[in-house]
Design a protein around this ligand. Structure first.
Ligand SMILES: [Fe+2]
Length: 306
């Protein structure tokens, strides 16, 4: 078990940097301090938030939402769900093949197309919030009733849509970077994330991996990425679920549990992800980026839609 002071030192090695980040955007305070809490502390915070946050009136979730919620509570991840309708999937892929992406960690490379990465050192080609929100069907997808109901069941209060992202993962890279190493997400005291595979994902095209049960397991909660060896040593190889599935398949995950994207070997992979939180993290834009075209819940969409 990791001590409080170890966690504090890992997450806040530099007090003045913490203060500067807090001054720049106060949402950083919760983001930076959350990993200092242990699992019990996180749960206490989530419990308190559940009481004060809004709830859907006359909330009557479907049986399917209740089933997904039960899977999340038990394993931290749901089984892969039936693929999106073909026309929705085709529209999304066509859109993300015509939009330029960028390397978040090498902004000097500028924009590039999915099939012409600007550098062999770029593992991931990201799209901006605005590009993702403008994608066909996107608002409907992230506001899907089943997802909002499951998120509200799991979070215990109405969800805030936060940290949406879509990116290409390029094959042939040898060094895992960032989210390609096992890590826990500390975006919120309780969160659930939806992942959509927009391309076929086989063993050699970068399947998502999750450590089953680690969402309620305090081991290795120091707040930094872990090697495969450390994960296997701690949780056992049998606990790692690797998801291969056809394009359009989606699943939900409590991203406090250890997860990573495996490196694609021979095929690029396109993945869309949307996080549902109890409160806004510093990963969402500071201001909404689009007008609400109508029909989308104002509270759930308030970080992205005006
Ligand atoms: Fe993550």
């Amino acid at each position: 078990m990791t001590s409080f002071s170890e966690r504090l030192k890992t997450r806040i090695p530099n007090g003045s940097r913490f203060l500067a980040r807090a001054y720049d955007d106060r949402r950083h305070i919760a983001y930076d301090l959350l990993p200092v809490l242990d699992l019990k502390g996180r749960e206490t915070v989530a419990k308190a938030l559940r009481v004060i946050k809004p709830h859907t009136r006359d909330f009557t979730p479907s049986d399917r939402a209740r089933d997904l919620d039960a899977q999340l509570r038990r394993d931290g991840i749901t089984a892969p769900q039936p693929p999106l309708p073909a026309h929705v999937l085709n529209d999304l892929v066509a859109y993300f093949k015509t939009e330029p992406c960028h390397d978040r960690y090498r902004p000097h490379l500028g924009q590039f197309m999915w099939d012409r990465p600007a550098s062999d050192d770029s593992n991931i080609g990201y799209f901006t919030y605005e590009q993702v929100l403008r994608a066909p069907h996107l608002l409907d997808l992230m506001n899907d009733r089943l997802l909002l109901e499951t998120a509200e069941l799991y979070l215990g209060a109405k969800p805030v849509i936060d940290n949406i992202g879509c990116a290409w993962r390029f094959p042939g890279r040898e060094t895992p970077k960032g989210v390609q190493r096992f890590h826990r997400d500390f975006d919120c005291a309780r969160n659930v994330k939806a992942f959509w595979y927009l391309t076929d994902v086989t063993e050699t095209s970068g399947p998502h991996a999750f450590v089953r049960g680690s969402h309620v397991d305090p081991r290795l909660d120091i707040g930094k990425a872990q090697t495969d060896a450390a994960i296997i040593d701690t949780f056992g190889a049998d606990s790692i679920v690797s998801i291969t599935a056809p394009a359009g398949t989606w699943f939900l995950e409590d991203v406090y549990g250890f997860h990573k994207e495996q490196l694609p070997v021979d095929q690029p992979r396109l993945l869309l992800a949307v996080e549902y939180n109890l409160y806004p993290s510093s990963l969402a834009p500071r201001h909404p980026v689009m007008d609400n075209p109508g029909g989308y819940d104002r509270y759930c969409n308030r970080l992205f839609l005006r």
